[in-house]
Design a protein around this ligand. Structure first.
Ligand code: PSU
Ligand code: MN
Length: 298
């Protein structure tokens, strides 16, 4: 059912542990070109440097794929249809040429392929207008069900982060702050919201995840703040988020279309600064995920 890329298969045979990645962030729904290809290259490089192997997920020519090969990168970085967990079977059944996997779809594919660690930029979560829209990303449910460690810089900043943390608690997902006390706000290092637990090393994270799985747990969320030199000033960010959300609302955008539009609007309002921040945090999360994957071997 799942197609493994040749490079990934060879790496697994050689004992290199895999690190899953999503494709939405690298598609035209996540980052503009050529920043998206740079982001992918940078993530691949740090994962390999840490002794692990990237396992990029996507639906290509109707095939659920892990370990997408370089020959397909042009497709990956181009126009895509967004594939959340519930869309996976449709994309396969209808032979979609390119379905870009979100966090929920990637975690599902990772679990099906027995991949234990997944790196991304920012999670989906509870939207600020949840009372009216009931918009809660399927990312959160996928995290609670599938036994995968997700490394992210918190949830995207235009969400309701306090309610996102509440939902994760209800879903029994351990949330581990990597060398931080506060839940990161994606482009910014802190949100003012405490993380339930702080951890200091990849080995500690591996031990906690092993225990969670022994105890029939599902996913573990590791939050890793964006590197300080790439973070965006809090005030600039808050203003951009407000404007971007208002603009999406005035265009009547709802559902899965919201995230791509709001991210693009924030990039425009910060003169592209948010894009460099996104690259830096994706790379930093990929590196930590690779270190955790290596720690899980011991
Ligand atoms: N973070 C980014 N770019 C993205 C996303 C997150 O910097 O494109 C994507 C991820 O794939 C995430 C998805 O899983 O947005 C969440 O979408 P929704 O809110 O519709 O669940
Ligand atoms: Mn949604």
């Amino acid at each position: 059912m799942i197609r493994f890329g040749e490079g990934l298969t060879a790496a697994l045979e050689a004992g290199r542990p895999p690190v899953a990645m999503e494709s939405t962030i690298f598609s035209n729904l996540g980052l503009p070109s050529p920043a998206n290809l740079h982001a992918l290259d940078r993530c691949n490089r740090v994962i390999r440097a840490a002794g692990a192997e990237p396992a990029l997920t996507a639906v290509l020519e109707g095939q659920a794929t892990v370990g997408v090969e370089e020959a397909h990168y042009e497709t990956i970085c181009g126009p895509a249809r967004k594939v959340a967990e519930r869309d996976l079977a449709v994309a396969v059944g209808q032979d979609w040429p390119y379905g870009a996997t979100t966090v929920s779809a990637s975690v599902t594919l990772a679990a099906s392929a027995k991949i234990r660690v997944f790196a991304t930029g920012g999670l989906g979560g509870v939207h600020r207008d949840v009372q009216d829209s009931l918009d809660i990303s399927a990312d959160l449910k996928a995290l609670s069900v599938h036994p995968v460690i997700t490394v992210a810089s918190g949830a995207k900043v235009f969400l309701d982060l306090a309610r996102t943390l509440e939902f994760l608690e209800t879903s029994s997902v351990p949330v581990l702050g990597y060398r931080c006390h506060e839940f990161p706000a994606f482009y910014a290092r802190s949100s003012g919201l405490p993380v339930p637990h702080r951890v200091e090393s990849p080995e500690e994270i591996a031990d906690i995840a092993e225990a969670h799985w022994e105890l029939s747990g599902g996913g573990v969320l590791v939050v890793n703040p964006v590197p300080a030199d790439a973070a965006i000033d809090r005030e600039v960010l808050d203003e951009a988020v407000e404007t971007a959300l208002a603009s999406a609302a005035s265009q009547g955008v709802t559902g899965p279309a919201i995230t791509p539009i709001v991210l693009a609007e924030i990039a425009r309002l910060t003169d592209g600064a948010s894009i460099e921040t996104n690259l830096a945090l994706a790379e930093s999360n990929a590196k930590l995920a690779a270190e955790i994957a290596v720690a899980l071997l011991n």
